[in-house]
Design a protein around this ligand. Structure first.
Ligand code: CP
Ligand code: NVA
Length: 316
């Protein structure tokens, strides 16, 4: 049976973009997770009827690319790869021309690139929905999967505590914004100088549901106190390869290992967006241990993106 309240809550989002974790409100985010679960449990089938999603990926990807491809296939649509090397983008055709031309062929675009302002420009020039498949500032599709995974483990998200240990990067930015809207307290521990952007911290605090805190520390043990979830990501993101060796020194005390886990409740879980660098931000033992939910989390990329595509393309 179709959940009409979920469809109603999401109906206003048809034709819109998803560029930031702050783009949808709390009720819309909750409805999107509900739709994701219905699709995951095969309680609901949505047929988008031959719609086409264009994938523009200027950085490598396994999970995001494949989960978008499979999501569109399951919705009865398809994807086309429009990478820089195989299109005129690589030969200098202006983005504003590309965005308008692709809008005449495709029904939506998922874009992974460096600068967040580039995806905002794409959304400006395109007349179809644009989805952020990761920029240097945010990774909003990842956060949807992360909070769905937490909801499956703990039930209600409201009042949970997620502690992030590592670099104040795109993944953390989206976790803070999305956590604020789900009522999940987010506490991050980052080395000095590698904290999340202050503007994102402030935005998250200003949007946060009542009683929800967004905190940043420089000490992992302080941040993980009473956490339900410990989350980490690579120390050097894509595009920061040259800083890798320096970062290994700066981040050496920000490892998710047994020492940190021993401070936690037995029910606490470990998340990582993947790919993971075992022996750097997380130990092999913790990543493969009984508290780890990283592969459920990776699977959930498929379900949340299927729900997102169905919503933006008006399949409800
Ligand atoms: N987590 C994530 O976005 O993985 P990919 O880089 O493989 O897409
Ligand atoms: N912070 C990482 C996430 C990869 C999914 C990066 O941007 O490379």
């Amino acid at each position: 049976m179709i959940n009409q309240s979920v469809s109603k809550e999401l109906s206003n989002l048809k034709g819109t973009d998803y560029l930031s974790s702050s783009d949808f409100n709390s009720s819309q985010l909750k409805a999107l997770l509900q739709l994701s679960l219905e699709l995951k449990k095969e309680e609901r089938r949505i047929d988008l009827g031959n719609r086409v999603l264009g994938l523009i990926f200027n950085k490598p990807s396994t999970r995001t690319r494949v989960s978008f491809q499979v999501a569109m296939a399951r919705l009865g649509g398809q994807t086309i790869n429009l990478d820089i090397d195989s299109s005129q983008l690589g030969r200098g055709e202006p983005m504003k021309d590309t965005a308008r031309v692709l809008s005449r062929y495709c029904d939506a675009l998922a874009i992974r690139t460096f600068s967040h302002s580039e995806i905002i420009d794409y959304a400006h020039w395109a007349s179809i929905p644009v989805i952020n498949a990761l920029t240097d500032l945010e990774h909003p599709c990842q956060s949807l999967a992360d909070f769905l995974t937490m909801q499956e483990v703990f039930g209600d998200l409201n009042g949970l505590k997620l502690s992030y240990v590592g670099d104040g990067n795109n993944v953390l930015h989206s976790l803070m914004l999305c956590g604020a809207l789900f009522g999940v307290n987010v506490s991050a521990a980052c080395p000095k100088g590698f904290e999340p952007e202050v503007s994102i911290q402030e935005k998250a605090r200003s949007m946060a549901l009542q009683g929800t805190s967004i905190e940043v520390f420089n000490d992992p043990f302080e941040a993980v106190d009473k956490a339900n979830v410990i989350y980490t990501d690579v120390w050097a993101s894509m595009g920061q390869e040259e800083e890798k060796d320096h970062r290994k020194i700066v981040f050496k005390d920000f490892v998710v290992d047994d020492r940190l886990l021993n401070h936690l409740d037995k029910e606490a879980i470990i998340l990582h967006c993947l790919p993971a660098h075992r022996g750097e931000e997380i130990t092999e033992k913790v990543l493969e241990g009984k508290s780890s939910r990283v592969f459920d989390q990776a699977e959930n990329r498929l379900h949340v993106q299927q729900a997102l595509l169905a919503t933006l393309l008006g399949g409800l």
